[in-house]
Design a protein around this ligand. Structure first.
Ligand SMILES: Cc1ncc(C[n+]2csc(CCOP(=O)(O)OP(=O)(O)O)c2C)c(N)n1
Ligand code: SF4
Ligand SMILES: [Mg+2]
Length: 292
């Protein structure tokens, strides 16, 4: 007899909501949400024990399509919401999602600080190199020289690589995918969801409306798997993959084990408890500040 433990309870379709995505036909974000259903089913994540949170943008609509708890919050604040949720309910699986504009422009500051805190959150960035929802303005990942709705004569600003930023600021798991390659995207989501600490998955996800069909074709032609021989624990080796121009290397760039913020806070709490009750405000003032 097969025990119920061996039988998967959740199928990918169980994570779908009744909402029909309003994304344009051919939008890369369809691949991202499909991959998330499959990854969650592979890990048998309980919908009632997980939260998917976002900011604002086409990509940020994703929580509405996933049958977990979810929150489509304020522009650029996906990670602040995720931080609050994880800090107050560490037992939950917390996934933050959104676009390059949301996470790297208005939300850039929060990206850095969430990475350095190493909270146990998976952040999935749907990078289409444009502000899709607001009709095609240049974003921090729009290549220099590209003509967009806001850069008619070509983008004068240099782009940056989000993975480079994540590694620099202390993310402990950093990977890159292409939403047109479903198998690799699912595999990376499973790994990212299983990682302890802040995981960052940058998914190149074409915007067919504001970047045209060429973006899909170009990304597909550039995509290569990171070789097995890559030393994922080396920052130096990982950084080399963030400086590529003609190639888009997909896979895990960087992976190390570090205590998360919750681990560090728990440790401090244990230390404080060992030393007896927490000091009163008067005691703190007496010991640390000059008399007043
Ligand atoms: C405070 C604030 N500023 C600006 C906006 C307008 N706005 C909404 S989404 C967006 C950019 C979306 O781009 P991105 O995050 O890349 O998502 P995409 O639509 O490309 O998936 C902007 C500027 C807003 N909603 N709130
Ligand atoms: S505008 Fe672009 S990012 Fe937005 S739904 Fe359409 S294809 Fe996707
Ligand atoms: Mg975008």
């Amino acid at each position: 007899m097969t025990s119920s433990v061996e039988t998967p309870v959740f199928q990918p379709g169980d994570y779908k909501t009744d909402l029909k995505p309003v994304w344009c036909a051919g939008c890369g974000d369809f691949g991202v949400v499909t991959a998330l259903y499959r990854a969650m089913a592979q890990l048998q994540i309980k919908p009632w024990d997980s939260v998917v949170v976002s900011g604002i943008g086409c990509s940020s609509r994703l929580p509405g399509y996933v049958a977990t708890y979810g929150f489509n919050s304020v522009h650029g604040r996906a990670l602040t919401m995720a931080t609050g949720i994880k800090a107050s309910r560490p037992e939950l699986t917390v996934v933050a999602v959104g676009g390059d504009g949301d996470g790297l422009a208005i939300g850039g500051n929060h990206f850095l600080h969430t990475a350095r805190r190493n909270l146990d959150i998976l952040y999935i960035l749907m990078d289409n190199e444009i502000y899709g929802l607001t009709k095609g303005q240049a974003a921090p990942t729009t290549p220099a020289g590209d003509k967009t709705k806001s850069t008619y004569y070509g983008n004068p600003e240099p782009a940056f690589d989000p993975c480079e930023l994540a590694i620099s600021f202390g993310a402990t798991w950093v990977a890159r995918a292409f939403s047109g390659d479903l198998k690799t995207t699912v595999d990376l989501m499973v790994k990212g969801l299983s990682h302890h600490g802040f995981g960052f998955l940058n998914i190149m996800s074409p915007c067919v409306t504001w970047r045209g069909d060429d973006q899909f074709k170009t990304l597909k032609a550039k995509t290569r798997a990171i070789p097995e021989s890559h030393d994922k624990t080396s920052r130096f080796a990982a950084m080399a993959y963030t400086r590529e121009t003609d190639v888009l290397s997909t896979g895990v760039l960087y992976e190390v084990q570090q205590p998360s913020l919750i681990d560090r806070l728990t440790h401090l709490q244990e230390l404080a408890l060992k030393k007896g009750p927490a000091p009163t405000t008067q005691e703190i003032f007496k010991n640390f500040f000059p008399p007043f």
